[in-house]
Design a protein around this ligand. Structure first.
Ligand SMILES: *Cc1c(COP(=O)(O)O)cnc(C)c1O
Length: 386
């Protein structure tokens, strides 16, 4: 089956849906049993999608978990109340006091803060590494290195990592690899084919796709699924059936939405690349983006999220650029149907292992599903104000 077809079928197991198209929203804390035999059956199979207690999930959650495995390719999927929880759940499943973590320098800022504030306090040391390091990661490995955390393309700056090269080194040293795969959604890259052990998604973004639910997932290969499942369960992570339902509904239109986001974003990115005020465009599908060749090798396509760097502009100019926009609003998150814009005046302060080569501000855009000519007019007016 091609990805579009898989998106339609994923998780729609008759066991979960009955005779309706979508799995019903099954809300539960308590699940009741009449006999010891039933109770024992549920208890023995509680990790295998048999209802046992609400925190372990209901058929709605099981349908989403199955869908994510069918799409990303893992052996099991844990659900979390948001993407940040999926990241903490995955890291805490495989790290303990005295361990060493390697984290990419271009990671989502809250992933860095988790390492610097919470993991450091638990006695887990983090070393940040250059997103372009590839097989050179071998030089940073210590005897106590237990996890390599990747995110590709990087948040804000979009460097594409050599995932297979890093995973090959990790395997030689028995190190677990965890990839924040949010940018790719479950369909633009095949994390397990590239050698990753655990793939994390902020489902808040393209999976839900309508800016109205917070949700996270972590999908693991056969070897790492039991520990991820058990440790996330011990930490108490669980989600509402309504949110799982909304994510399943979002999945059905993911392919068609992404194609429109991709098409419009490429149109805007190529338009920006011609502007005299623009220093560079950081879009993985453009040759100007570090790691573009790896993107062509490892990804099936792109989405609506990318950045560009202005040649020179002070705070006041950036305010003039952004304030007064009609379609691009400032706001966190992305992956919904609407266009968004954020500005970073100083990218260097977000990294410690690498030197950021540009002096001008970085502008990140999420290209939504509005008509692309309207979006370009909005940006053209912003350049006039700049
Ligand atoms: C948004 C985001 C997260 C965090 O997800 P939440 O659902 O907001 O907690 C993690 N990683 C990346 C790359 C993100 O963009």
């Amino acid at each position: 089956m091609k990805p579009d077809t898989r998106l339609i079928h994923a998780g729609r197991n008759k066991q979960y849906t009955g005779n309706v198209v979508n799995p019903p929203v099954v809300r539960a804390s308590t699940i009741v049993f009449e006999t010891f035999a039933e109770l024992n059956h549920a208890s023995i199979n509680r990790a295998n999608r048999v209802p046992f207690y609400g925190r372990r999930g209901t058929d709605t959650h099981f349908a989403l978990q199955q869908a994510m495995c069918e799409l990303e390719g893992g052996a099991g999927c844990a659900l979390y109340p948001c993407g940040a929880a999926a990241i903490s759940g995955a890291l805490l499943a495989f790290l303990k006091t005295g361990d060493h973590l390697l984290m990419v320098d271009s990671a989502y800022e809250p992933s860095r803060s988790l390492s610097d504030k919470l993991l450091a306090g638990l006695g887990i040391e983090t070393t940040y590494y250059d997103p372009q390091i590839g097989a050179g990661i071998a030089n940073l490995i210590k005897p106590n290195t237990k996890v390599i955390f990747l995110e590709s393309p990087g948040s804000l700056t979009f460097e594409v990592q050599d995932i297979p090269a890093i995973c090959a080194v990790a395997k030689q040293h028995n190190i677990v690899t965890i990839l924040d795969n949010t940018w790719a959604s479950p369909i633009l890259c095949k994390p397990f084919d590239l050698g990753v052990d655990v793939s994390v998604q902020s489902a808040t973004k393209y999976i839900v796709g309508h800016s109205d639910v917070m949700l996270g997932t972590a999908t693991a290969n056969e070897q790492h699924w039991p520990q991820l499942r058990e440790h996330s369960y011990l930490l108490g992570y669980c989600t509402s059936a309504d949110d799982a339902y909304t994510a399943l509904r979002g999945l059905r239109t993911l392919g068609v939405r992404l194609r429109q986001h991709e098409h419009s974003a490429l149109t805007v990115a190529n338009w920006l690349a011609q502007r005299p005020e623009v220093k560079t465009v950081l879009h993985p599908a453009l040759p100007s983006c570090p790691g573009h060749a790896l993107f062509k090798r490892d990804f099936n396509g792109s989405n609506g999220l990318f950045s560009f760097v202005l040649k020179q502009a002070n705070q006041q100019q950036v305010e003039a650029f952004i304030e007064g926009m009609q379609h691009f609003k400032m706001g966190f998150s992305w992956g919904g149907y609407e266009s968004l814009i954020t500005a970073s005046m100083d990218v260097q302060q977000l990294r410690t292992a690498t030197t950021w080569p540009y002096t001008g501000p970085l502008i990140r855009l999420h290209i939504g599903l509005e008509n692309v000519d309207d979006l370009i007019s909005d940006l053209a007016a912003a350049f006039s104000r700049l």
